[in-house]
Design a protein around this ligand. Sequence first.
Ligand SMILES: *Cc1c(COP(=O)(O)O)cnc(C)c1O
Ligand SMILES: [Zn+2]
Length: 418
Amino acid sequence: MDLTLANPTAATPDCADDGAWLACIDCGWTGPPFEEIRYRCPDCDGLLEVRYDDHPTFDDFSGRGVWRYADALPVDHGVSIDEGDTPLYEVPTIEDEVGVAALRVKHEGMNPTGSFKDRGMTVGVRVAEKLGVDRLACASTGNTSAALACYGARAGTPVLVLLPAGKVAAGKVAQASLHGAHILEVDGNFDDCLDVVADLADRGEAYLLNSLNPFRLEGQKTIGLEMLEQFREGTGSLPDRVVLPVGNAGNTSALFKAFRELVAAGELAPDEVPTMTGVQAEGAAPMVEAVAEGRETVRRWDDVETRATAIRIGNPVNAPKALPAIRETGGTAVAVSDEEITDAQRALARDGVGVEPASAASVAGLRKLREQGVVGSDERVVCLTTGHLLKDPDAAAAAGVEPDPVPADTEGVLDHLG
Ligand SMILES: *Cc1c(COP(=O)(O)O)cnc(C)c1O
Ligand SMILES: [Zn+2]
């Protein structure tokens, strides 16, 4: 396997601050991390990533949650409400049915606001504090807005969120609302919202905390670190494959970065990096299309639809980071139907794991790839479930069973039970 190096610049540039700096993944431009606000490369408009002069090993980590991994992050503490430390569940029924050597589910719905977005925000909102910004903003299919509203409230900084009107699950809007974000319902889809808020950020109106923000992805890297530690503790080995839902492909990029940095630290051999496997909904699958056609860029889908609203995205901004992640690890990307997503949501629920539809896409994708023989019976697999069941109560109720009406007396209830 030929992995992109974690730090291709041999020398630490002068702009580094405490061993960290920003670099363009396309042209190699470097800049200081905290002196000026940048979301893209000033020379070529490429995506930025945080780079470090050295990389910690597992022995360097101590404590709990995201901040256990402080040595792998650009700041040493966060605006924190105890994010991370999510369970890695056994799912015996699904493991048996799918037929793989080992299957675990990393349930990121168990974070404080119910999605992995908290891991990104604890770092990103802390960096915003360092930069001294006075307003935070994001476009969101829901969970980013819930997390940013919460962490912004914690930091005492006003939050502006742009949501696609009518396409955000009830639990997520409720969270953004109660945590006090200024919510704008945009007459357009998520990609339109991101275009507008990125424009606002470029004009200095707010600090952008979508996954275009390289600091947010640093926080999300800890999913990969935590997953490997837990998997090794539970099974004595490392996973061969990670299967995850793909929206803007931030997690695909972030987990791959975590693994590359472990390779740079000498903790993982290049061939021990798990195979990155992305899953999208059929109605919003530009990454799947790009992987199938072997392209380096995605074609933007203007019309997207799926009941998995968290991944109802037609223009994944992190594709230039995520496509190499899939290619260099020998992975793939697969599309699943809404019916397959709901079936997987029910299967997870039967094993005691309550997730929102987008999260179930990972298990639906694993089932499909196993049927196709792409995933082998000897593989050890982790599926990432990204958000909690209660995020989308309407989808859960529609996928579940109907309550029976009964009278308010014991005889009546016994009669009904037969
Ligand atoms: C944000 C989100 C995703 C998409 O993650 P990306 O990193 O943008 O690919 C998937 N599922 C849920 C529940 C989310 O909130
Ligand atoms: Zn550049």
